[in-house]
Write a protein that binds this ligand. Structure first.
Ligand code: SF4
Ligand code: SF4
Length: 393
């Protein structure tokens, strides 16, 4: 697998500028015709994690989707755009997201089709390391070519979401909740992601990242937009994420998806990446508000069982919500993979979400999917101290 990453400066969501930046990035790999042939069905797997407008920087920008679709249409392909967010995978739920994220309007402006296929497909994948069977979107199964069109953001669970993590959206709606429950540790979860990549094989050989305005802080949905000013293109998702991590000023090896990607042979090590185009130095954000993934502390297994949940609470980050800010909609409770959230009622009859930290696996689906952005990430008493020490070493 190639280890090249095209890193192309692009300052704004101006259609011509974005089109030219993607074209320049693809030229590094032989142009769009190296990936897309006439009459093929090309499915753009975008990031539409939540019903937010493009300005919130949680979703792949419609101009990026439009510009890439134009290149594919010019190559003679049919283009379909799809994602499956965290909620139910159906026309009502996804239709509202496509609309709010500007994808419906972009489809009218640029001539691609928004998927109306809400069927799923059961995969048996014997070569998988951890996920031998799972469900995927039927639209991806029937594609000739899949292009991963991600967004560079911080992520409370995995630290980074960009190329590798975006393909988790190949799993339909609420099935993702089950997968979080099944693959609870970051190692297992990351290996599951690579099983999805492995299943799609050569038909998933291109990633284009919208890093014009990314997200920092409490990503992937409730952080703050952060200007980066780049488009990235790559055939190797791990190589691309190493570049993404460098831009976010984090050590790529502290990102579990990258660490597991190296173990799975996508690149030899974090220096095994060739950047083509603009200089990485122009994009590194030294003051980026990053997220360090929650690892179980190594000594947590060497203490009495009764003490483990207490130790875990002290040494990790956890979701929390103010009773007053929570509107009791129940979205978080419906999406918690381990049933750690219940809706309670105050004496005045107001509903709010309550977390059971002895069950919580720190997947941060609740924080990701709270439509009101009121689930915050709180650090345990020793968490900051431990991470400060790790940094100093
Ligand atoms: S999703 Fe947000 S607002 Fe709704 S119950 Fe959960 S914390 Fe409260
Ligand atoms: S409470 Fe939130 S972070 Fe904890 S397991 Fe449930 S969804 Fe994940």
């Amino acid at each position: 697998m190639q280890n090249k990453v095209a890193l192309i400066s692009c300052e704004e969501y101006n259609f011509d500028k974005v089109y030219n930046a993607i074209k320049q990035g693809l030229d590094v790999f032989g142009g769009i015709s190296a990936f897309v042939k006439p009459n093929q069905k090309v499915v753009l797997k975008v990031n539409l994690v939540i019903k937010f407008a493009p300005e919130r920087a949680a979703t792949t920008h419609p101009v990026v989707v439009g510009a890439l679709s134009k290149l594919c249409l010019e190559a003679g392909a049919q283009v379909v755009v799809i994602d499956s967010a965290g909620g139910p995978f159906n026309a009502n739920y996804m239709g509202a997201i496509y609309n709010t994220a500007g994808i419906i309007k972009a489809s009218q402006d640029y001539g691609f089709k928004v998927s109306d296929n809400y069927n799923t497909y059961s995969v048996e994948y014997s070569d998988a390391k951890v996920a031998k069977s799972f469900e995927i979107l039927e639209e991806l199964q029937t594609a000739d070519v899949i292009i991963n069109v991600c967004k560079l953001k911080s992520h409370s669970f995995t630290g980074i979401t960009n190329a590798v993590k975006n393909m988790f959206g190949a799993i339909p709606g609420l099935k993702k909740v089950q997968m979080h429950g099944q693959f609870q540790t970051l190692d297992n979860f990351s290996n599951m992601l690579y099983d999805i990549w492995g299943y799609f094989g050569n038909k998933l050989s291109l990633t284009v990242s919208d890093a014009i305005i990314g997200m920092e802080g409490e990503g992937p949905t409730n952080g703050n937009p952060r200007k980066i000013g780049a488009i990235m293109c790559a055939t190797n998702p791990v190589a691309m994420d190493v570049v993404g991590a460098r831009i976010m000023n984090v050590d790529p090896l502290t990102m579990p998806t990258i660490k597991v990607g190296i173990e799975r042979g996508y690149i030899k090590d974090i220096n095994d990446v060739e950047i083509v185009g603009d200089s990485l130095q122009n994009f590194i954000l030294t003051d980026f508000d990053k997220r360090v993934p929650n690892m179980y502390t190594p000594f947590s297994t060497n203490v009495p069982k009764w003490f483990q949940p207490i130790l875990h609470k002290l040494t990790t980050q956890r979701p929390c919500v103010s009773k007053h800010k929570c509107v009791g909609c129940g979205t978080c409770a419906r999406h918690c993979p381990v049933g750690a959230i219940t809706l309670q009622t105050t004496k005045k009859g107001k509903k709010y979400a309550k977390f059971d930290y002895t069950k919580c696996i720190r997947c941060f689906c609740c924080q990701e999917l709270c439509p009101f952005g009121v689930v915050k990430v709180k650090s345990g008493l020793f968490y900051k101290f431990l991470h400060k020490r790790k940094k100093q070493k």
